[in-house]
Structure formats: C-alpha cells, structure tokens
Write a protein that binds this ligand. Structure first.
Ligand code: ZN
Length: 180
C-alpha cells in the first residue's frame, strides 16, 4: 500500500504523511517528467527566480542547451545583473559552478557572444585576442586612469564581467577537452 503511493507522490511532500515527505526531500528525483535518476544538478527556473529545477546530469545538459541566461534583457540590464549576481556570489556563481554558464557543447553561448560584443571582438576570437582586448579596454577606463568618472567605472565593471564570462568558458572548454 505504502509502496504504491510512494512512486506517485515524490513531487508532493504533503501527500502520504511525514515519513514520505522526508523521502521526497532526501531522494529527490530529476525534475524532468518521467525521469527517475537522482536530481543532483540545480538549474534556475527563470533568470530572475531563485527557484531551481533539479535535474540528473543528462537532463541538466539538455536543459542547458536551451538556456539563455540573458534572454529578454538589453545589454545594460544583462551586465548589471551579472555584476550584481557575481558580487553576491549567488545564482550565477552557483550556476557557473555546476557548468550552467555555457552551452556545454563547445560552442559559444549567448552570454559569451554578448561578452565578445562588449569587448568588440568577432565571435571566433581566441582567448589570446580576448585577453588583449580586455587589457587595452580595461586600461582605458581603469579607475586609476579616470578617477571619479562614473561612466568609466561602469564601463570598467562591464568589461571585467565580460572577461570573466569568457575566461570561465575557456577554462570549462579546456577542462572538457582534458576529460573527454
Ligand atoms: Zn533526468
């Protein structure tokens, strides 16, 4: 009897009493409908939501391919959000930790393309070119060079965020190359 209800109730901790709700928390399954793998990979449900899906690795990768972190935002908002979230070490950092920041298949993700645009680079720029452009641009708006210049400070932060996105993507690609 209990065994019959357990399978249907995993997503609804209030069904079946206290003991089963404990099960539902400790043995969380992948949120992908019909999948019974362990849901170990958190993924933001929407860009502005603290809520998370929990997927198995396979479905995490699948979800990740369709994920555009900057969807629906203009560049300013996107840069602002990334700055805020990096500062707070919250969703985006967590997402990066689990490999959510990129497309995961070696191609450029939406956030990488945006970052390249900020650094005024072509979409096929290599990391040496990224580094070079970052240094030149960062120097031109560095707070030491333009003290008290609010616009320059904003630009400087934006460039840093863009570089960080591209650096993480590069590191991820190297990691994947080394482990495949
Ligand atoms: Zn799954």
């Amino acid at each position: 009897m209990a065994g019959k209800r357990r399978k249907d109730s995993w997503g609804f901790p209030n069904w079946g009493g206290y003991e089963k709700s404990q099960d539902a928390v400790t043995q969380k399954e992948c949120d992908r409908h019909g999948c019974e793998e362990a849901g170990l990979c958190p993924a933001p449900k929407t860009p502005n939501s603290p809520e998370r899906w929990y997927f198995c690795q396979k479905h995490a990768a699948e979800y990740n391919r369709g994920w555009d972190y900057f969807e629906g935002l203009d560049k300013e908002e996107a840069a602002e959000r990334q700055r805020t979230e990096q500062r707070d070490a919250n969703a985006y950092t967590e997402a990066s930790h689990y490999g959510w920041a990129g497309s995961g298949d070696g191609t450029r993700s939406g956030d990488e393309l945006l970052a390249l645009e900020i650094l005024e680079l072509e979409t096929d720029a290599d990391f040496a070119a990224i580094k070079k452009s970052f240094r030149i641009k960062a120097k031109s708006v560095h707070p030491d060079v333009k003290p008290g210049d609010e616009e320059a400070a904003k630009e400087f932060q934006k460039i840093q965020v863009a570089y960080e996105v591209l650096k993480q993507a590069e590191e991820r690609r190297q990691w994947m190359g080394a482990n495949s």
